[in-house]
Design a protein around this ligand. Structure first.
Ligand code: GRG
Length: 301
């Protein structure tokens, strides 16, 4: 399919709606016992997020000619892991935030214990989906590898580890390499997982193609975070749906704080170009991924 800006926008919408259906399917209904926990899980996951990780999953699958049914489970699982990380990140023990996705954070809407449990239960649910979804793969070894990747990239050597580095860095001076290491783990690892899960759902990908896609994912994972740091300075709370300026208020190391705003924009552009460079072995079938990279550095929320 030939992609232009309008087609891209409608595909993003289609993918967002598609994952919302999958999420609704996998999340326990709000009237199922224990009610309050299930309500909190649905509240956090189904809140209006951008769904960039599921969009990346579907976009990669469509670029590679993989049926979208095969990756519905992966799309739901990565979004659920992401939602759990947001719930826990907002807790008083971590960032202590009141606003998320334009709504009160989970612990504000419910209570702290329920929010902790909702995050815990969501993490378990993501692994349940990967281990149970019959559409993902017929190959038990591939399914095990998907579980392995999700565990590795979301755990202490991935996202949760990045969060630990982040919490330890508050009020400290990091150099740019240390800042990148933190973000590569905290944000980049889950973005890489999106592509890895899709790659595991097909046997038609060469080693060279896989490496190219992984390199693309590494670059957009970091560019997404650079842009996030920029928006913390230049965005507004209403558009962001979370409290603007909270990173600098908490004295967190960010790209603008370390290299300045202009150099941060340049860094984001450089990462975008590197991501495009990684895709040069492919043709226009992966144009959707090129558009995603541009979206990551141009987004306003
Ligand atoms: C393991 C507790 C724990 C946390 C992991 C990912 C993370 C660390 C914390 C979330 C907070 C944060 C600001 C992370 C950086 C990644 C990021 C930019 C998250 C926001 O993601 P978006 O913009 O959010 O995709 P929406 O709401 O659109 O889904």
């Amino acid at each position: 399919m030939k992609i232009d800006a309008q087609v891209f926008e409608s595909l993003v919408e289609e993918f967002q709606q598609r994952v919302d259906k999958a999420l609704d399917h996998w999340l326990p209904q709000a009237d199922v016992y224990p009610l309050r926990l299930h309500q909190a899980m649905r509240y956090a996951v189904l809140a209006p997020g951008k769904r960039v990780r599921p969009v990346l999953v579907y976009a990669t699958a469509s670029a590679l000619g993989i049926d979208l049914e095969r990756v519905d489970g992966a799309a739901a699982a990565v979004e659920i892991i992401h939602a759990y990380s947001l719930i826990h990140d907002d807790l008083p023990a971590m960032d202590d935030d009141d606003l998320r996705r334009g709504r009160p954070t989970c612990h504000r809407e419910f209570d702290e214990a329920t929010a902790i449990l909702a995050g815990d239960a969501l993490q378990a649910l993501a692994f349940y989906i990967i281990s149970h979804d019959p559409q993902m793969t017929d190959d038990a070894a591939a399914r095990l590898q998907m579980i392995d990747k999700l565990a590795l990239f979301s755990g202490s050597r991935g996202m949760a580890g990045g969060q630990a580095i982040d919490l330890a860095a508050v009020g400290k001076t990091l150099n740019i390499a240390e800042l990148e290491t933190m973000h590569i783990h905290k944000t980049g690892a889950l973005i890489r997982t999106c592509i890895q899960l899709v790659a595991l759902s097909t046997s038609n990908l060469t080693r060279q193609q896989f490496k190219a896609l992984d390199s693309y994912a590494k670059h957009i994972g970091l560019s997404f975070q650079v842009q996030d740091d920029i928006l913390d300075v230049t965005g507004d709370t209403a558009t962001l749906g979370k409290t603007q300026g909270s990173d600098s208020a908490r004295n967190k190391p960010t790209f603008p704080a370390i290299i300045g705003l202009e150099a941060s924009h340049e860094k984001a552009q450089e990462l975008h170009q590197n991501a495009l460079q990684a895709l040069t072995i492919f043709g226009e079938e992966v144009d959707i991924l090129r558009y995603i990279s541009a979206w990551f550095v141009e987004r306003k929320n």
